[in-house]
Design a protein around this ligand. Sequence first.
Ligand SMILES: NC(=O)c1ccc[n+]([C@@H]2O[C@H](COP(=O)([O-])OP(=O)(O)OC[C@H]3O[C@@H](n4cnc5c(N)ncnc54)[C@H](OP(=O)(O)O)[C@@H]3O)[C@@H](O)[C@H]2O)c1
Length: 244
Amino acid sequence: MINLDTFDAPVRAVVVGSSGAIGQSFVKHLLSTPEIDSVQGFSRSKCEIKHEKFENYAIDLTDEETIIKAKESLKPYHLIIIATGMLHQDHVQPEKRFQDLDPKTLETCYTVNTIGPMLVAKHFLEKMNHDNKSVFAFLSAKVGSIEENRLGGWYGYRSSKAALNMHMKSLSIEIQRFHPQSIIVSLHPGTVKSKLSDPFSHNLNPDQLFEPDFAAEKLLRVINNLETQHNGGFISHDGTTIPF
Ligand SMILES: NC(=O)c1ccc[n+]([C@@H]2O[C@H](COP(=O)([O-])OP(=O)(O)OC[C@H]3O[C@@H](n4cnc5c(N)ncnc54)[C@H](OP(=O)(O)O)[C@@H]3O)[C@@H](O)[C@H]2O)c1
């Protein structure tokens, strides 16, 4: 069983990207934790989960107006997970070499992976509980680590996640000044079976590819173990810190 026993119960949680593979798994696991009061989901596509403690609302991270509108439905919360992200879509593919660099692809990566999540923070942080432990978690990716980049390529995705991590760090410093119990982090879920990873995961051994439920469970354990010293960190599914 997953617990949120380091938070003051009853816990209200928010998942942005509740239609995605990992996002849906977060919602399901959160609803099964004994401390949960309610979960609010926000997604562009429909989220199929039905539960008396769950409500889902529309959001599109490429349109700030929808984020502002979504905020009207947002209740005060203790935990928020931004589980949105994009590696490929329609005519956008990750670059294999520098000759593939395309302004539109780069713009889409930054819009969805960096700017969108930060606009959610801009509008949603106002409703975050700051009286006791609270967590704002962005799903980032280890390939966004500059220090760990050994293969190159994927310019847009890598750099949009690196930029997200920098935004997260600045936010964590700013929030800590006023709300020392609040924790802002970037999390790496591992390589996970999803629409996002599907075209790139066929050559992986099964033990290198997590089921979304497994990844979400691991990350919720990480979140429950977070302390204020982790504020501003880039943390993997096994609880280890990833260098920026
Ligand atoms: N899967 C992996 O191996 C892996 C590895 C490292 C990091 N991550 C990160 O984990 C997160 C979740 O990925 P996933 O694997 O669960 O992928 P996924 O199943 O493709 O989910 C992506 C989610 O992002 C949402 N999204 C995309 N663009 C959006 C927009 N403009 N507005 C609102 N929502 C939007 C999608 O909504 P729609 O349903 O409407 O498309 C979907 O809910 C991402 O940040 C990803 O970078 C994943």
